[in-house]
Design a binder for this molecule. Structure first.
Ligand code: ASP
Ligand code: MG
Length: 402
């Protein structure tokens, strides 16, 4: 078997943990498998490198920031090769340049385009464990790029697809994917399996276990993923196309406290207004999430949307900058709001799921200020102070802890 094993920052956060990971990989190698290891930077290294950059320049050039950040993963892979060598096993570390992991040119948010697999195959045939830097690639200028925060998962999935691996295991510091964040909902439990689509919704909602592009890519190339802990041998969660069991109405609850709400009040109730507003935001590179438009009254209407709290100020600035074109009366914002979502592949074909969620919130006397849905997700925007209570109530209503 060819196995790709990816370990996140906490899993390689110290020399002891690196040794522990080395031992785990060697176990598979000694069983006769081909082993490719993808690593993140040690612990909080990436954050520290970014902070370091800001000490000399408040706006570091993206190219140089990538050059700096990619050193983090390079430390991990070299350390891992040395740890394996100390266990008497042949291993070789490779960075993005040496593999040749080709990406698009955008620094900081590059996308993988193509992976040359010859070097890796060659090293595997030579019976070595191959250790590859996650998160990085090279672009057409032969510069190092990064794939966006959390991007090592995507490196692992892309490698698994390119190498036609038999398994792709994503190791982290939790036991798998949970029905809710166990720090928020005490009765949350680990899911044995989940579909790509559900995982994609959860990843996008900020469940934090997997980089959402890695799930997109796994779905596209049919790579079955296993998310499991590097600290114990529990089985983890399998992410795949069809779970083989009857689709659950709701499989998980997600909470996102990062959301902020912006309302533009008193817009003209005429064609083209929504276009102008969201065009303004798009040009300012602001991602909006939920959108709500009120019905027109006295010739005016309001449009509200949510965005990440990091970009709210930019959003307001962009809207104010376009006041002449948008002609609104005022802007109203709130930062202390949270999104609570339910995700489940079965809701596509079953009515009443949203109603049940709203009932659970009503029973807790929690007010909903915005609602959005997809085929397999219902999201509500509520006061941030109610987020934990809401998540627990909804989790209980769908009996996710049974
Ligand atoms: N080290 C990078 C980060 O912290 C990539 C990763 O961990 O996946 O975002
Ligand atoms: Mg991660």
């Amino acid at each position: 078997m060819l196995i790709v094993k990816k370990f996140g920052g906490t899993s390689v956060g110290s020399p002891e943990r690196i040794m522990n990971v080395a031992i785990r990989c060697v176990e598979d190698f000694k069983k006769g498998h081909d082993v490719v290891v993808v690593l993140s930077a040690m612990g909080k290294t990436t954050d520290e490198l970014i902070a370091l950059a800001h000490k000399v320049n408040p706006k570091p050039q993206k190219r140089e920031l990538d050059m700096l950040m990619t050193t983090g993963e390079q430390v991990s892979v070299a350390m891992m090769a040395m740890a394996m060598d100390s266990l008497g096993v042949r291993a070789i570390s490779l960075n993005a340049f040496q593999v040749a992991m080709h990406t698009t040119s955008q620094y900081g948010s590059a996308r993988l385009k193509r992976i040359d697999s010859e070097r890796i195959h060659h090293e595997l045939e030579d019976r070595k464990i191959v250790i590859v830097t996650g998160f990085q690639g090279i672009n057409k200028y032969d510069d190092l790029t990064t794939l966006g925060r959390g991007g090592s998962d995507t490196t692992a999935v892309a490698l698994a697809a390119a190498l036609h691996a038999d398994a792709c295991e994503i190791y982290t510091d939790v036991d798998g994917v949970y029905t809710a964040d166990p720090r928020i909902v005490k009765s949350a439990k680990k899911m044995p399996v989940i579909t790509y689509d559900e995982m994609l919704e959860l990843a996008t909602l900020g469940a934090g276990v997997l980089h959402n592009r890695s799930v997109e890519m796994a779905k596209k190339y049919g790579v079955t993923l296993v998310v499991r802990s590097s600290l114990n041998y529990s089985e983890g969660t399998v992410v795949k196309e069809d779970t083989g069991v009857e689709k659950l109405l709701v499989s998980g609850v997600a909470v996102d406290k990062d959301a902020d709400r912006v309302s533009v009040i008193g817009l003209k109730d005429q064609p083209g207004i929504a276009f102008r507003l969201f065009d303004t935001l798009a040009k300012a590179n602001i991602n909006v999430d939920m959108i709500l438009q009120s019905i027109g009254r006295d010739g005016t209407k309001d449009i509200s949307f949510t965005c990440d709290d990091g970009v709210m100020d930019d959003a307001i600035k962009a809207i104010e900058g376009a006041k002449g074109r948008l002609q609104y009366k005022g802007i109203d914002t709130r930062a202390d709001v949270a999104k609570v979502s339910i995700v489940g592949a079965g809701m596509m074909t079953n009515p009443g799921v949203a109603a049940k969620m709203f009932e659970a919130l009503y029973n807790e006397d929690i007010n909903i200020s915005m609602i959005s849905t997809s085929e397999i997700r219902v999201t509500v925007l509520i006061d941030e102070k109610d987020a934990e209570r809401a998540a627990t109530a909804v989790h209980d209503a769908f009996k996710l802890s049974d």
